[in-house]
Design a binder for this molecule. Structure first.
Ligand SMILES: *Cc1c(COP(=O)(O)O)cnc(C)c1O
Length: 479
């Protein structure tokens, strides 16, 4: 079988799948037992024998697609994963096909050029100095930013904290950590922050939780108190991490005031904008990131709010030297010193073989433009605020915070257990897919409006279905 024939089978199947999913006529989720899928896909026979025929390929792809969770479905409301734009998937295809492991320039000049350009584009959106393109530029700019595209916000956060660790404890790369390092972060920071503390050998118990308000947003007036507590324990702050926005409820920390505090106290300021930094592209909501330019580093996922397929996350630094020395203390700051026509990203990343992640981001931007992405984000955030008004107005329902992003939590009157039962029942029915979260130790149902197809109609139908679940014989009283 030739590539072109197989591609035709796959692309046609994807096209049909896409149309069906977006129309919302089928179930958004169906959790078949794993052992059934392994048999249905005929995995054993295909793996042993190879030589899959055209007919078998068509059958396999169809079965596979029908087993998928439909991220593009208007009732997909669960996780912060982009309903990927097909142009991004074409970018993944080009990257997979050419397989230019571009961490060194000679292994992928095109991919490296795209990544360098996109990092600069993002640096400018933050308000940081882009990296120079020529030797002349480099001589004339003393402080410029830098960054890397990597496989997800979790790796980006780990890398940012590594760079922060190296600044406070430059000898740690060779000798290991001093025993007194600590981190400042709100309790509502993403779990990858605590993991990073453990991976870096600081230990997650070295995280000092910042005081927050009822929405979980950091209280800037209490920062001094947290720092004093840390110092009283004989520790040194390695970094302060803030959310833009928080994963559970999508609330932005006051970055401007936090950044002033970090500057005054000489503390590395990392902003975890994995989900919410994309509002920098909008006119309506970029104010939520006010003060981000005062940070040292920012995590910004493209595979969440920019319709880019997984994985594609950016880690950006105000000063490129911080990332250029993160993995190799004596790294040259100046890439033009090396006699080659482009940039090696390899010294900026945990990864050795590195995918050309910029292609999929570029392809989506080339289709939608900054304006298209901005319109998409603004419409999703606006709809989430409308959904909040609607749900909060229903008797028996309550929302803990007014949403700032496209994340909305609510609960029905009753126990935590009831919220989980409702979700289980919804997933079993397969008409809606949402998640739950703990916020201030209370269990909430949580929706994230990601699909461009979702309207207030879906939200109204969801609430109707939840009401009928509560009425139905669930064996749990609703109050
Ligand atoms: C999603 C998220 C992460 C993790 O990013 P991945 O790309 O899923 O690894 C980290 N921080 C925040 C605030 C997030 O919302």
């Amino acid at each position: 079988m030739a590539f072109i024939d197989e591609a035709e089978i796959v692309i046609n199947a994807l096209n049909k799948h896409d149309i069906k999913a977006k129309a919302g006529k089928e179930k958004v989720i169906g959790l078949y037992p794993m052992e059934k899928l392994i048999i249905d896909f005929n995995l054993d026979s295909h793996v042993r024998n190879g030589n899959i025929s055209k007919k078998e390929l068509g059958e396999f792809v169809e079965k596979y697609l029908s087993s998928t969770t439909k991220i593009h479905h208007p009732s997909y409301l669960a996780h912060q994963v982009a309903p990927s734009h097909y142009t991004g998937a074409l970018g993944s295809l080009i990257d997979g096909f050419t397989n230019n492991a571009m961490a060194i320039y000679e292994m992928g000049p095109g991919a490296a050029a795209i990544e360098y350009f996109l990092i600069n584009w993002m640096l400018e959106k933050i308000g940081w100095q882009p990296s120079p393109l020529t030797m002349e530029d480099e001589k004339n700019s003393h402080c410029f930013g830098g960054g890397i595209l990597t496989h997800g916000g979790s790796i980006a956060n780990l890398t940012a904290l590594l760079a922060a660790r190296n600044r406070v404890a430059p000898a740690a790369w060779d000798n290991g950590n001093p025993p007194d390092l600590a981190l400042l972060a709100p309790a509502g920071s993403h779990y990858s922050i605590a993991r990073a503390a453990s991976i870096l050998g600081i230990g997650r118990n070295a995280i000092y939780h910042l005081d927050v308000d009822k929405k979980g947003a950091v209280l800037p007036d209490k920062l001094g108190k947290s720092l004093a507590r840390l110092e009283r324990d004989g520790r040194k702050p390695m970094a302060l991490v803030a959310n833009a926005c928080s994963t559970a409820v999508g609330i932005y920390d006051p970055l401007d005031k936090i950044s002033d505090f970090c500057r005054d106290n000489n503390i590395w300021f990392h902003v975890d904008g994995a989900h919410g930094a994309s509002v920098l592209l909008t006119r309506e909501y970029k104010y939520l990131l006010k003060g981000v330019e005062g940070a040292d580093s920012l995590t910004w996922d493209a595979h969440k709010l920019m319709q880019v397929p997984t994985l594609c996350a950016a880690l950006l630094f105000r000063d490129h030297a911080d990332i250029d020395t993160a993995f190799k203390q004596e790294a040259s700051y100046l890439f033009h010193e090396k006699e080659q026509p482009g940039f090696d990203f390899i010294q900026r990343t945990i990864e050795c073989t590195k995918a050309g992640l910029g292609l999929k981001l570029f392809m989506v931007l080339a289709a939608l433009g900054e304006r298209g992405i901005s319109d998409y984000i603004e419409s999703r955030v606006r709809l989430t605020r409308e959904a909040h008004g609607y749900i909060n107005g229903q008797s028996g329902f309550e929302c803990p915070v007014i949403p700032q992003s496209n994340i909305l939590c609510f609960r029905v009157h009753g126990s935590d257990e009831l919220q989980i039962k409702i979700r289980d029942q919804l997933i079993q029915e397969g008409n809606f897919y949402l998640s739950t979260t703990l916020f201030n130790n209370v269990r909430y149902l949580r929706i994230v409006i990601m699909s461009p197809e979702t309207t207030l109609e879906e939200i109204k139908k969801l609430i109707r279905e939840i009401k009928s679940i509560i009425k139905g014989a669930m064996g749990v009283t609703s109050d």
